[in-house]
Write a protein of this length. Structure first.
Length: 258
């Protein structure tokens, strides 16, 4: 994986978090808007009652705690009080529903960001480990190995937060084993019949299978190809051992054709 690809991944993750944060802020803004609207309408009702007290000489300001006073207020301002109660019920229901939605949305966004963060961290650890393994072997070239393709093979559900599904990876490892066993058979058959073993057929099949691992190699002289092949098996085994629960190993398999 190139540096540009890593930068692209981090930029996309940053955009994803920013969009989620913006959605959360907008939802909370609606909550504040509705609450302020409710307060404003209630204040208008209070102002209306106050104006009526000012304009009506029969009404005087004072503390109203007696039954007769409360009865008078209830009869005189029955529509205002009824509207205030209905307004409280309506806005209370809306704000409660919006509060539940905000809580769910915040949890969902937090979970989604956590999954993306885990994906990004696992990808970074994978790339660092693979790069270190490649640097240790002079036969392997980082330009010929696409770590992102390899990562997608090992962790196909990484973006969903799942890191323990290796059946697909095992199938691809078995595809490599099938090439090795087929070449062993062809080599031994050729040996028994005193025919020339066609090692180019083995190279063609292995080149095709290793593309699934993000590995690109070309046809070479037999000795040179054999050396690279062994190095690649060791490299794949190190990744398999480090990041998966698979018991399949390639380097230790019997290879009669080498």
């Amino acid at each position: 994986m190139t540096l540009d690809k890593f930068k692209s991944i981090f930029i996309n993750l940053k955009k994803h978090i920013s969009v989620n944060y913006l959605l959360s802020v907008r939802t909370k803004s609606w909550f504040v808007f509705l609450f302020l609207l409710y307060i404003s309408l209630q204040l208008l009702l209070v102002i209306g009652v106050a104006i009526e007290f000012i304009n009506d000489e029969n009404l005087t300001w004072g503390l109203c705690l007696t039954n007769s006073c409360l009865k008078l207020v209830n009869e005189r301002f029955i529509y205002s009080l009824s509207f205030s109660k209905e307004l409280t019920v309506i806005f209370g229901t809306i704000l409660a529903g919006l509060g539940v939605y905000i809580g769910w949305k915040t949890y969902a966004l937090s979970l989604e960001n956590s999954i993306m963060s885990n994906h990004n961290n696992n990808l970074s650890n994978f790339a660092e480990f693979c790069s270190a393994q490649i640097e240790r072997d002079h036969l392997l070239s980082p330009e010929r190995i696409d770590l992102y393709t390899y990562y997608a093979l090992v962790f196909p559900d990484s973006r969903s937060g799942k890191f323990n599904f290796f059946r697909l990876y095992d199938r691809k490892l078995n595809d490599v084993i099938a090439v090795i066993e087929d070449s062993n058979q062809r080599y031994n058959d050729a040996k028994d019949t005193n025919l020339r073993y066609k090692y180019t057929n083995h190279q063609t099949k292995l080149i095709e299978v290793l593309k699934e691992f993000g590995i690109t190699i070309e046809h070479r002289h037999r000795t040179s190809f054999d050396e690279i092949e062994l190095s690649l098996y060791q490299y794949i085994d190190s990744v398999t051992k480090q990041f998966t629960t698979s018991k399949i190993r390639l380097a230790g398999l019997k290879k009669d054709y080498l």
